[in-house]
Design a protein around this ligand. Structure first.
Ligand code: DGJ
Length: 736
């Protein structure tokens, strides 16, 4: 049993290694008691009520005496006399904003409840999870707040979301509704976030948590390149292998807010949820509003273990469909090979070259539709451009398949070009504020997905093509952030609902399309990794990590991304040199090594390879086919951080430790430098492992304690090792 309810209203949530405890204090207020390493039984916690000072606003009538909400570690802060960051802000029709949410009841549910219209972790059988459902009630306002805690004990995670129910007879305006808030008694923590920019996504930022507020978020209508909906709190000195870490990740792809606040007495509040300052939602009598889910991970075993827990749960209970476990094809994408300048012949030639190298899928990127010759037109007109592809899509797909390569196609369904049939016919279908300018980004506007007619149009366009053409893969791109907010369909009092209604609309479209076409592999993209989040992963098991394909840049991007998201979710391509984004020249082997730690693809003119390079690529492709199951299903250990030194190193190991692949990249050559070693992790110390290339045998403990020598000569050099464990009889246990 993972949820224990005490009669004194103490709730103890237990996972394999953690405990999370909340309690009703003074018979009324829901308090946070503890989150950390697993304990057996908590004691009841009225001690929490005792603190206050003479300058505090007191709560009346609370059992034994007076106390201040401002001192309480609260489970879901709703303001009142607590001056710290609230999770909920509402406004009643009479203009009042005061609430008083008191404990009403609690129940334990087997399994979990789905969140209406939104992505969330799932269970395959009820016994995988238990859910604590606590109801708080604001009598005067006619509101009920439902707090849901799903405990997946085997996977070691707890998730939270809330539902606000309007049981009164008047409308209520909700101005803020977060998914979680956690109060810590002390504030001696550091925090990690993942800021970035286009081409430089999810770099790691670590700093001390300080007095006052530290906030992150997005107001761009997408989770964004600029900040990821993830944060971690760490005990001082916590590192990859040891130390307390609390990780929070929001399963949502739109605007979000998260942060920390250290109060007057040094307590810390951490919070996370959807929406920004502009969010507002009108809740009619009888209606409910549900927030997205936050996945929460605690471990004492450092950042590495936090990541492995996130990866495990996402691979097992977030990704869906036939590709969730792997089996993803090696692809070639024509974008950096041709950009908009292609025709049927070029694409078929690329497919033939791909087949020759063992590549399994060709992706036709942007430019195949309408009259699109550059990025100034045709988004929304999802009809093939017969000037470029006179035989049409069907003939092209058949021709490509004939060459033994599968066919994939790029779409940007959420957008419209002002120069398009669609825009001329429906100028009000885009997001815009009445009578004001419509600012362009990459010459395009965002379709208003809060509208049912727009959603139906998009679904029909995609469905028609996917039903009539043999398409095995779709790249779902999205290349601008929202601006000039406004919807022609929403009434004035609901205009600020647009960003969230857009996300609900997007999720509805993606659910319908992916369910209708379960055999298609969908890869999400947003100008590279501008929407790399758990919300998108629920519909599409892989995401284009960044438009920056330089392997050295990718070391930082993929390392940062791996804090939360599994390598199986990351699209990673070998591209040409000089690299189109950075101008850097790197060895083909290093480009391969970095891309092989994700979903391997090639994105360059394959015909431009020399014979020698072709041989090398063939070997990479062959090698990847042999290790990809491990890449998709294995566990990641980060061994050396590019943010901290001249080397980046990582390994991916089977969960049963029977084999692993380890990689290292040297950023800059060192002349006459010291000896460098990479120490492995997570191996069977007592067992022997064989290097599958050199056949040399090492002890597991030796690999972990002494490590392997990194002997690389030159800038941007790399090395990949493959090891299998040996049985006592000397048999290789990973059949590579
Ligand atoms: C942005 C994507 O990230 C690129 O890979 C490419 O698909 C372009 N869009 C096409 O417009």
């Amino acid at each position: 049993m993972s949820i224990i309810m005490d009669k004194d209203a103490v709730f103890h949530l237990q996972t394999r290694k953690t405990s999370y405890i909340l309690a009703v204090v003074g018979g009324k207020y829901l308090a946070h008691v503890y989150w950390g390493g697993r304990i057996r039984t908590p004691r009841s916690e009225d001690a929490l009520l005792k603190r206050w000072s003479c300058f505090d606003v007191m709560e009346p009538d609370c059992g034994e005496g007076i106390f201040s909400l401002d001192y309480l570690c609260r489970e879901y802060p709703t303001g009142e006399s607590d001056y710290r960051v609230p999770s909920l802000l509402v406004e009643f029709e009479d203009g009042s904003r005061e609430t008083d949410f008191l404990y009403e009841k609690a129940e334990v549910l087997e399994g979990r409840k789905k969140i209406a219209g939104m992505p969330c972790l799932y269970t395959v059988s009820e016994d995988e999870a238990q859910t604590l459902h606590i109801t708080l009630k604001d009598e005067v306002g006619g509101l009920r707040l439902h707090l849901y805690y799903t405990v997946m004990d085997e996977l070691d995670v707890i998730t939270r979301y809330v539902r606000l129910e309007n049981t009164g007879d008047k409308k209520v305006r909700v101005n803020r509704i977060l998914s979680c808030s956690v109060d810590y008694e002390g504030s001696d923590y550091e925090w990690i976030t993942l800021p970035g920019a286009w081409g430089r996504e999810r770099h790691i930022q670590r700093s001390r948590v300080t007095r006052g507020e530290n906030r992150i978020g997005s107001s761009r209508g997408a989770s964004s390149h600029q900040m990821n909906p993830f944060m971690a709190l760490l005990s001082p000195g916590a590192g990859e292998q040891a130390g307390e870490v609390y990780g929070f990740n929001l399963v949502y792809s739109g605007n979000f807010q998260a942060g920390t606040q250290v109060d007057q007495v040094g307590k810390l509040r951490a919070f996370m949820g959807m929406g920004n300052e502009d969010f507002s939602w009108l809740l009619e009598s009888g209606e409910s509003f549900e927030t997205p889910e936050v996945v929460m991970v605690y471990t004492k075993e450092g950042l590495g273990e936090m990541s492995r827990i996130f990866h495990r749960v996402y691979k097992k209970r977030l990704l869906r469909g036939v590709y969730k476990e792997g089996k993803r094809p090696i692809l070639v994408n024509n974008w950096e090979a041709t950009y908009f300048d292609f025709n049927e012949e070029k694409i078929v030639t690329l497919a033939k070259e791909a087949a020759d190298l063992g590549i399994e899928l060709l992706v036709l990127d942007d430019g195949w539709f309408g009259k699109r010759e550059d990025d100034t037109s045709s988004l929304g007109d999802w009809k093939v451009n017969l000037n470029k592809l006179p035989g049409g899509l069907k003939a092209l797909a058949d021709e490509i398949e004939k060459n033994g390569v599968k066919f994939g196609l790029w779409f940007e369904p959420e957008m419209v070009s002002p120069d398009s049939e669609l825009y001329r016919k429906h100028p009000d279908w885009c997001i815009h504020a009445p009578g004001r300018r419509r600012s362009l980004c990459r010459n395009q506007l965002t379709l208003d997905l809060s509208r049912g007619d727009v959603r139906q149009y998009i679904i029909k366009c995609l469905d028609d093509i996917l039903s009539n053409v043999k398409i095995s893969y779709v790249k779902w791109d999205m290349n601008r952030h929202m601006s000039n907010l406004g919807s022609a369909m929403l009434p004035p009092e609901r205009q600020r609902e647009l960003p969230h209604r857009y996300m609900l609309g997007l999720y509805e479209i993606m659910e319908e399309i992916t369910q209708k076409h379960p055999d298609v592999l969908f890869e999400s993209c947003s100008g590279g990794g501008g929407r790399f989040d758990a919300g998108m992963l629920y519909y599409m098991p892989q995401i284009w990590t960044s438009d920056d394909t330089d392997p050295i840049e990718r070391l930082y991007i993929q390392y940062g991304t791996s804090l939360v998201y599994p390598v199986s979710a990351m699209g990673a391509h070998v591209s040409a040199i000089p690299n189109h984004q950075s101008g850097r020249k790197t060895p083909l082997a290093t480009r391969g090594c970095v891309a092989m730690s994700g979903n391997l693809g090639y994105e360059l003119d394959l015909g431009a390879f020399t014979e020698e390079e072709k041989k090398e690529v063939k070997q990479q492709v062959q090698e990847y086919k042999r290790i990809r199951e491990l890449i998709f299903q294995g566990e990641l250990y980060r061994l050396a951080s590019p943010f901290e030194g001249n080397f980046a190193a990582w390994m991916i190991c089977w969960e049963d430790r029977s084999g692993f692949v380890a990689s290292v990249v040297q950023m800059q050559a060192e002349v006459n430098g010291s000896i460098h070693r990479v120490k492995m992790e997570g191996l069977d110390a007592e067992a022997d492992y064989i290097d599958l290339d050199t056949k040399e045998i090492y002890h597991g403990d030796e690999l972990m304690e002494i490590g392997l020598v990194v002997d690389l000569h030159g800038d941007y050099q790399s090395r990949m090792w493959k090891f299998s464990r040996l049985s006592r009889e000397g048999e290789q246990q990973w059949q590579y």
